[in-house]
Design a protein around this ligand. Structure first.
Ligand SMILES: C[S@@+](CC[C@H](N)C(=O)[O-])C[C@H]1O[C@@H](n2cnc3c(N)ncnc32)[C@H](O)[C@@H]1O
Length: 302
């Protein structure tokens, strides 16, 4: 078991802004997995998938365009979430493509939710193996959805049920055929904010134990980093999450996150903040609301 070392514990104590206990219950799928899936579907309908073209986004969601539009228009700042959700996947998938060009053949999607990369995989000819790792209940729910939507599973997609708070990711992936001695690319989107510092630390430890590993993930800053209207939305979302028994458990300052990554041996670290995301991709989002979100996408190599 790769538990975080004492040194990492201490560093987390100092640098993580808010920490709580575990979220998902053993037999309950994540309801928050629906939110980014709806954002990606709304991005197809409203922005024509200009950041992330995803022909499966609506299909896997199994909701009407009318419901997706209602979700997209529910809150005047919803476009900010739509931008961030599409952009983090695009950043991850671009980095993934570069890793495949360099020879990486193992892709691990941690906390996959309703992510559709495996269905859209443009690197089929290169025989990459895609390991989708998720909470057992969420994964079972996704598989049921895929079957109901009659979406065929691609070859070389391997489902690995794992609870990051309870299970050993290394053991579960190895049992599923993952090669510990070969390079791997990890995509870990929309998950870190929901995990405790222990689960984040042990997952980083695990990734760092693989030579030539790299990861793209996103994290949240404390509420003060958000513009005023966004802060109100964050407060509303926090209450809604608590009602469904899921919650944001960890927030980080950028300097703190960089220190944690360095302490795990990641040396090549790119931290992309919301301003940079808005300037790279904002024009592609219809009617993007003004406002600043304290959210970041990190690409780190070991
Ligand atoms: C907000 S969703 C993001 C899903 C997906 N990556 C995306 O961007 O659409 C959070 C995901 O983290 C997973 N998750 C949360 N806590 C987890 C845990 N303790 N163990 C395994 N997965 C967990 C949930 O099952 C869910 O799929």
């Amino acid at each position: 078991m790769h538990g975080p070392s004492r040194a990492h514990d201490n560093l987390f104590d100092q640098l993580s802004m808010r920490t709580e206990t575990s979220n998902l219950k053993p037999n309950e799928s994540s309801r928050t997995a629906l939110i980014p899936a709806r954002q990606r579907a709304a991005h197809q309908v409203l922005d024509h998938g200009s950041i992330l073209p995803d022909p499966f986004a609506m299909k896997i969601l199994r909701e009407d365009e009318k419901d997706v539009l209602q979700f997209a228009n529910e809150h005047p700042l919803a476009s900010i979430g739509r931008l961030f959700t599409a952009a983090r996947s695009r950043i991850a998938e671009d980095a993934l493509s570069r890793a495949v060009e360099r020879g990486t053949r193992q892709i691990v999607i941690l906390g996959a939710g309703l992510d559709t990369f495996a269905l859209r995989n443009p690197h089929g000819a290169r025989q990459i193996r895609i390991y989708e790792v998720d909470h057992p209940a969420t994964q079972a729910w996704k598989r049921q959805r895929l079957a109901e939507a009659q979406i065929a599973l691609p070859p070389r997609l391997i489902f690995v049920p794992v609870d990051f708070e309870r299970d050993d990711v290394e053991e579960k992936l190895a049992a599923a055929g993952f090669q510990q001695n070969s390079p791997a690319f990890f995509s870990w989107l929309g998950v870190v904010p929901y995990l405790t510092q222990d689960a984040i630390g042990s997952t980083l430890d695990y990734m760092a134990s693989i030579q030539n590993s790299e990861v793209v993930f996103d994290y949240m800053e404390p509420p003060e980093a958000f513009s005023e209207e966004m802060r109100e939305l964050v407060t509303e979302r926090t209450k809604e999450l608590e009602k469904i028994d899921e919650r944001w458990a960890s927030r980080f300052e950028p300097a703190g996150m960089a220190a944690i990554l360095r302490s795990h041996g990641f040396c090549d670290i790119e931290d992309i903040d919301f301003q940079e995301i808005a300037s790279r991709f904002g024009r592609a989002v219809q009617g993007l609301a003004p406002g600043h979100a304290g959210v970041h996408v990190v690409h780190a190599k070991h």
